[in-house]
Design a protein around this ligand. Structure first.
Ligand SMILES: Cc1cc2nc3c(=O)[nH]c(=O)nc-3n(C[C@H](O)[C@H](O)[C@H](O)COP(=O)(O)O)c2cc1C
Length: 182
C-alpha cells in the first residue's frame, strides 16, 4: 500500500486530554500497520483560526491551512469528549465526502459510549464520510489520568486501526477498478 497521511483531530479541551490520548493511540496504531505521515489538530489550538469567519473565504491563512490539511488527509481519526450526551460543538468540517474517518470519544460515564453510534456516525454520514466500523470509546476506568491503561480499549484501538487500513486498501482497489472501467 502506498504511503498514506493520517490526521488526528481532537476536540478535547483538558490538559492532558483523554480524548487526545485515544486519538493519538489510534493514529499510532494505524501507522504501525501501514507507512504513514501523521499529524494532530487539537481544536483548542485550531479554534481561533477555524472559527475566525463564518465561511471558508473569510478565514485567514492559518484557518485555510488547517482546512487543507483535513481535505488532504487519507484517513481522519476524529475524537470528542462527550458533553451533555453529545459531541463537542467543534467538529463540523466541510469537504468530508468520501473521506475515511475513524471515530473516537471519551466520557465521564461508561453509559454514554453509544454517542459514537447515535451522534458521531450519523453526523459523519451526513457529511458523506466513510466511517470505520469499529469506533473507540474511553470511559474513566480505561485511564490513569490521561494515560490509556484498559486492556479492552487497547484491543479495540488495535482492531479499529486494522479495519481502517483494510478500508483504505479496499478504497484503493475500488478506485483502481473505477479507473479501469472508466
Ligand atoms: C460540560 C461537560 C459536560 C459533560 N457531559 C458528559 C456527559 O453527558 N456524559 C459523559 O459520559 N461525560 C460527560 N462529561 C465528561 C467528559 O466527557 C469526560 O471527562 C471526557 O473524558 C473529557 O475528555 P478530555 O480529557 O479529552 O477533555 C462532561 C464534561 C463536561 C466538562
Amino acid at each position: 500500500m502506498a504511503r498514506i497521511s493520517v490526521l488526528g483531530i481532537s476536540g478535547g479541551v483538558s490538559t492532558p486530554s483523554r480524548t487526545t490520548a485515544v486519538v493519538n493511540a489510534l493514529v499510532k496504531a494505524v501507522a504501525l500497520r501501514v507507512p504513514a505521515d501523521t499529524g494532530l489538530i487539537e481544536i483548542t489550538e485550531a479554534a481561533p483560526s477555524i472559527f475566525a469567519g463564518l465561511s471558508r473565504g473569510a478565514l485567514g491563512a492559518s484557518g485555510e491551512a488547517i482546512i487543507q490539511r483535513v481535505e488532504k488527509a487519507d484517513l481522519l481519526v476524529v475524537g470528542t469528549p462527550v458533553y451533555r450526551a453529545s459531541y463537542s460543538g467543534a467538529l463540523n468540517y466541510r469537504a468530508l465526502a468520501g473521506k475515511t474517518v475513524l471515530l473516537a470519544a471519551t466520557g465521564g460515564s461508561p453509559y454514554h459510549g453509544l454517542v459514537l453510534e447515535h451522534q458521531l456516525r450519523p453526523l459523519f454520514g451526513f457529511f458523506g464520510a466513510v466511517t470505520v466500523p469499529t469506533g473507540v470509546y474511553g470511559a474513566p476506568d480505561d485511564f490513569v489520568d490521561a494515560k490509556i491503561v484498559g486492556a479492552a480499549i487497547i484491543e479495540r484501538i488495535s482492531r479499529a486501526a486494522t479495519e481502517a487500513v483494510s478500508l483504505l486498501n479496499s478504497s484503493d482497489a475500488n478506485t483502481a477498478v473505477a479507473t479501469r472501467v472508466g
